[in-house]
Design a protein around this ligand. Structure first.
Ligand code: BGP
Length: 471
């Protein structure tokens, strides 16, 4: 709604930026680090791998100094599980432990609050080899042991923790689970089994965090696209509701309410994908609620009904990375009202306000926006600095919607842009940049990896300085 006036951001609002270990650090085989599923995946050779990335492992002091100069209040990063436990379990790698101690100390002395993601896609390959990874219940113990080790080691300085990044995506991305089988339906079934085990593991990590970290707060970091019904046809409204339950709410409903929502459960049962488990699992989830909801927001999607016809049957799915058409339920269609990034991600700042309000209404937990950003193709100009006005516009509009949601009563902990420096994109290597700071390398030419401040760096610096008054 349009309000008469708009209240400012609170003084303790965490203005942050985010990254993930495998996308930022590089040093993929240095100082005893073990392989993760991201290191061993087979990918398009035209895209860079994670060997060097933005070389944050060797540039972390410089990067933190730039964060300090920008005025960041928080930095969200993930710990590479295989730097701490190269085999996923067993022996600790002291050099890996030392790296994160140094990084955390550097942040704390720069006055920047660390927000740590325990697991962001880079699952230990050794656990896949040992017992099948997330498909096996042993994975729950190994995750909880690893998380507890982090709480004991860093919990004196780290008070904000995130359990799993984008679990709702991981379960649909077989290679991130270490699965190589070709049968996509079977992979979906296994994905939902992994989902269940991750939910139990995440809830036990919430418990451990509360027991070990004094004043610790912990929550999930899901991906939450806004979905809209494409038209006012009732069947599109119904398809939208189904899609919200089975694409968007299902992980949070397990994390926060300790339940499979009705539509999600029926969806799994109809497709023989509902996992077998002991009812005590749901008690674990119910008893260990997160303290906040972390979510990544990039885009919205438009949803239409997709009724069965003579060529389709229940269980048929078409994928575009994630399920795109679910026979008998819904399909994702292009939203002609929105512009999109070069990669087709529909840009929708209003959608962010909608998501904030939906999540607040459903769960009544404070929100931490763990990622939001604009990916673009960028090259450093011959003269002057990179004028990334599109990014400034994108972030300004999205932040304005956060401010509006706040004015309507939604509680926030903070907001992290994706990303601070350019880092490797999840699917597009170094050709898709998100940072305030340009990293001088290309897909396969490492150049000097020098850091250069883009125009948006100064915009964010000013925004933080005036606590979002310009938003
Ligand atoms: C999120 C992931 C991040 C990051 C981001 C941008 O889904 O949590 O790790 O990759 O998306 O995506 P991409 O790099 O594919 O543009």
């Amino acid at each position: 709604m349009q309000c008469k006036s708009i209240k400012p951001f609170p003084d303790n609002f965490l203005w942050g930026s985010a990254s993930a270990s495998f996308q930022a650090e590089g040093a993929a085989h240095e100082d005893g680090k073990g392989d993760s599923v991201m290191d061993v995946r087979v990918q398009d050779p035209s895209i860079c791998n994670y060997e060097v990335a933005a070389d944050h492992y060797h540039h972390y002091k410089e990067d933190v100094a730039l964060m300090k100069e920008c005025g960041l209040k928080a930095y969200r990063f993930s710990i590479a599980w295989t730097r701490i436990f190269p085999n996923g379990n067993g022996e600790v790698n002291e050099k890996g432990v030392a790296f994160y101690n140094d990084l955390i100390n550097e942040l704390v002395s720069a006055g920047i609050t660390p927000i740590v993601t325990i697991y962001h896609f880079d699952y230990p390959q050794a656990l896949v080899d040992q017992y099948g990874g997330w498909l096996n219940r042993k994975s729950i113990d190994d995750y909880v042991n690893y998380a507890s080790f982090l709480f004991r080691t860093y919990g004196d300085r780290v008070k904000y923790w995130l359990t799993v990044n984008e679990q709702d995506h991981v379960v649909h991305m077989p290679f991130r689970l270490g699965l190589t089988d070709d049968d996509r339906h079977e992979k979906e079934r296994l994905g939902f089994l992994a989902n269940h085990n991750m939910c139990v593991a995440g809830s036990l990590a919430v418990k451990a965090c509360h027991e070990i970290v004094e004043g610790g707060k912990i929550g999930p970091a899901v991906c939450f696209d806004m979905l809209y019904p494409t038209s006012n046809k009732p069947e599109d409204g119904l398809a939208w509701m189904d899609a919200m339950d089975i694409r968007n709410y299902y992980v949070l409903d397990m994390n926060v309410r300790g339940e499979y929502n009705g539509a999600f459960r029926r969806y799994l049962e109809d497709r023989n994908m509902y996992p077998e488990f002991d009812p005590s699992d749901m008690e674990i989830m119910k008893a260990n609620k997160p303290d906040f909801i972390g979510f990544n927001y990039y885009a919205s999607k438009s949803i239409s009904a997709y009724p069965l016809n003579e060529n389709t049957k229940i269980g048929d799915i078409e994928f575009k990375l994630l399920p795109d058409k679910e026979a008998g339920i819904y399909q994702v269609v292009k939203n002609t009202n929105l512009n999109a990034t070069l990669w087709g991600w529909e840009i929708d700042d209003t959608g962010l306000q909608c998501v904030c309000r939906l999540l607040w209404d459903r769960y009544h937990l404070p929100l931490l926006i763990t990622e939001n950003g604009f990916g673009n193709k960028e090259t450093w100009p011959e003269e002057g600095i990179l004028q990334d006005d599109d990014r400034i516009d994108f972030l300004t509009r999205h932040l304005h919607n956060v401010k509006e949601a706040m004015n309507l009563g939604v509680e926030f902990i903070g907001y992290c842009t994706w990303s601070f420096t350019d880092i490797v994109s999840g699917h597009s290597g170094f050709s898709k940049r998100y940072g305030f700071v340009y990293v001088n390398r290309t897909e396969h030419d490492l150049r000097d990896l020098a850091r250069r401040k883009k125009k948006s760096f100064y915009w964010y610096q000013e925004t933080i300085r005036n606590n979002g008054e310009n938003i």
